[in-house]
Write a protein that binds this ligand. Structure first.
Ligand code: 5AD
Ligand code: SF4
Length: 459
C-alpha cells in the first residue's frame, strides 16, 4: 500500500516539476513514506531521517517531507525529534501535497497536515507505470479499516474503511493495461468488505468486471479477512480465468482464546473450514498467511495450537511477526506480556517449520509445467569476484511462486524471444525455499494474453 501511495505522491508532484531520482544526493526534495505497523518500522524511520539530516546540513535548501502512517501517528512530534524536517503529511493528505508545498515555499516555515476526512481524494489520473517493462502494478481499491483487531494501529492511522468507486478503479486498470501492464494486485485492508458501506457492487462483482478487461492477464488481491471471505468470492476462484490461484488469508493465531482477544471474529475451526472450501474449488491453490507470535497472554499451549494449524494448512508461505505494542491499540494495555526471549524462540520455530513446508510444497512442483508471467531480466551476479555472469529471466506462477529461467538455456531449446509481459509455459526443474528454477516448455503455446496451460484453473 505504501508503494502505491509513493507512486501517487510522485504523480502529484509531477506537475510541479519534480521528477524521481535514483539517489538522495541528487534530490531537491526527499519524501520519506512511512509505516507504523510495528515499532521496528517506526525506529527505521527515525534512523533514516538521521541520515538525511546530514544532507540538509550540506544543502540547506533540501526539502525533507515525512508522509504515511508514522506522520499520521506522530504529527508535529516528528518536528520535535527531527527539527530539520520541513513537511509532515498524513495518510489522507497526499492529494493536498501541492498546496502544502506551495505553503512551505511561500512562508518558509514547517508545515504539518494530519487531517483525516471521511473519504480520500481520488488521484486525477491513473498511477502510470514507472518503467517501460513494468508488468505488474498495485491498485488500491479501498482505504482504511473498520475491524479494530486489538493489536493493530491501522484503523487509527489510516482511518475508517472507504471504498473507491468501481468506475475509477476500472479506468485506472484500463490505463495501466494501455501502458503495457499485464497484472494488477488489488489492495485493501479487507477487500472482502469492498463496497459494503457505500452500497456499491460487492468485491466479487468488481473482480468480474476487471476480469473482462481486454489485455489484462492476471488479477491478484490482498488482503482478505477470513471472517468476511464469502462463498461467492471462493467460487470466483473456479470461475474467473484471470484470477490467480493464490490467496493471502492471515490467521494471526491458531488458538481460539487468542483469536478472541485479538478481536478477529473467527475460530480456528471456522478458518480451517474456509481453507477446505477454497481447496475444494481450486485444489492447487497457494495459501499464505500472517502470524503474530507472543500476543499478550499467549501460553505455550496457545503457541502449540498455532504450530498445529500451520502444519494442518501447509501454507505456501508465511509472514511471521513478534507482537509489538502500538499506540492506541487496545492490546498495548493488556497484561501478561510475553517475554522478548520467548517471542524470539517462538518466531524462530515458526520460521523454521514454515521453511520446511514451503520447500516441500515447492518441490512437489518439480516436473510440472506452470504458466509463468515473465517480469524481468537481469544479469546474475557472480559470487566472489563482484562480476556478472549469465542472464536470467524471472517471472511468477499463478500461485505467486518466483521462477528463474537461465537466459542461455531458455533461448537454446526454444523458438522465439522471451519478453517481460509474456505468459509462457515453464517446466519446473528445481525447487528452493524462495524460488523455483525452470526452462520454457517448448511444447506449449506462447502468448501475450492468456494461454491455458495444463494447470489452468479455468472452469
Ligand atoms: N505486532 C506485530 N505484528 C503486527 N501486525 C499488525 N500489527 C502488529 C503488531 N502490533 C501484523 C499482522 C498483520 C500484518 C500486516 O502485520 O500479522 O496481518
Ligand atoms: Fe489491522 Fe485487523 Fe484491519 Fe488488518 S483487519 S488492518 S489487522 S485492524
Amino acid at each position: 500500500m505504501n508503494a502505491y501511495d509513493s507512486d501517487k505522491i510522485a504523480l502529484g508532484l509531477d506537475p510541479l516539476g519534480y521528477r524521481l531520482t535514483d539517489s538522495p544526493d541528487k534530490a531537491d526534495m526527499i519524501i520519506v513514506n512511512t509505516c507504523a505497523i510495528r515499532e521496528k518500522a517506526v525506529q527505521k524511520v527515525f534512523s533514516y531521517l538521521g541520515r538525511v539530516a546530514g544532507l540538509k546540513q550540506i544543502r540547506p535548501d533540501l526539502i525533507i517531507g515525512v508522509g504515511g502512517c508514522v506522520a499520521q501517528q506522530e504529527g508535529d512530534r516528528i518536528l520535535k525529534r527531527a527539527p530539520y524536517v520541513d513537511l509532515v503529511f498524513g495518510t489522507h493528505a497526499i492529494g493536498r501535497l501541492p498546496s502544502l508545498l506551495s505553503r512551505l515555499e511561500k512562508k518558509r516555515q514547517q508545515v504539518v497536515d494530519v487531517e483525516m476526512g471521511s473519504r480520500i481524494q481520488e488521484p486525477d489520473g491513473a498511477v502510470i507505470p514507472r518503467g517501460e517493462t513494468e508488468v505488474s502494478r498495485f491498485v488500491t481499491i479501498m482505504h482504511g479499516c473498520d475491524n479494530f483487531c486489538t493489536y493493530c494501529v491501522v484503523p487509527y492511522v489510516r482511518g475508517r474503511e472507504s471504498s473507491r468507486q468501481p468506475e475509477h478503479i476500472l479506468a485506472e486498470i484500463q490505463d495501466l493495461v494501455d501502458n503495457g501492464v499485464r497484472e494488477v494486485m488489488l489492495l485493501g485492508q479487507n477487500v472482502n468488505s469492498y463496497g459494503k458501506k457505500e452500497g456499491l457492487p460487492d468485491f466479487t462483482s468488481l473482480l468480474e468486471k476487471i476480469n473482462d478487461i481486454k489485455g489484462l492477464d492476471r488479477i491478484r488481491f490482498t488482503t482478505s479477512h477470513p471472517k468476511d471471505l464469502s462463498e461467492s468470492l471462493i467460487g470466483a476462484f473456479g470461475r474467473l480465468d484471470k484470477l490467480c490461484r493464490h490467496i493471502h488469508l492471515p490467521v494471526q493465531s491458531g488458538a481460539d482464546p487468542i483469536l478472541k482477544r485479538m478481536n478477529r471474529n473467527y475460530t480456528s475451526t471456522q478458518y480451517l473450514d474456509k481453507i477446505n472450501q477454497l481447496r475444494r474449488v481450486c485444489p492447487d491453490m497457494a495459501i499464505t498467511s500472517d502470524i503474530i507470535v507472543g500476543f499478550p497472554g499467549e501460553t505455550k499451549r496457545d503457541f502449540d495450537a498455532t504450530i498445529a494449524l500451520i502444519e494442518t494448512v501447509g501454507y505456501d508461505g508465511l509472514f511471521a511477526f513478534k507482537y509489538s505494542d502500538r499506540p492506541n491499540a487496545p492490546a498495548t494495555q493488556f497484561s501478561e506480556k510475553v517475554a522478548e526471549h520467548d517471542k524470539d524462540q517462538r518466531l524462530q520455530k515458526v520460521l523454521e517449520l514454515q521453511e520446511a513446508i514451503t520447500l516441500a510444497r515447492n518441490r512437489s512442483l518439480v516436473g510440472q509445467t506452470q504458466e509463468v508471467l515473465v517480469e524481468s531480466y537481469r544479469l546474475k551476479p557472480v559470487s566472489g569476484n563482484g562480476g556478472v555472469g549469465a542472464g536470467q529471466w524471472t517471472g511468477r506462477t499463478s500461485t505467486n511462486k518466483i521462477v528463474h529461467m537461465p537466459a542461455d538455456e531458455a533461448a537454446q531449446g526454444q523458438a522465439g524471444d522471451i519478453d517481460p509481459g509474456l505468459l509462457i509455459p515453464v517446466l519446473i526443474k528445481k525447487a528452493f525455499a524462495h524460488s523455483l528454477w525452470g526452462l520454457p516448455d517448448g511444447s506449449g503455446a506462447r502468448t501475450a494474453s492468456g494461454p491455458k496451460g495444463e494447470n489452468s484453473h479455468a472452469a
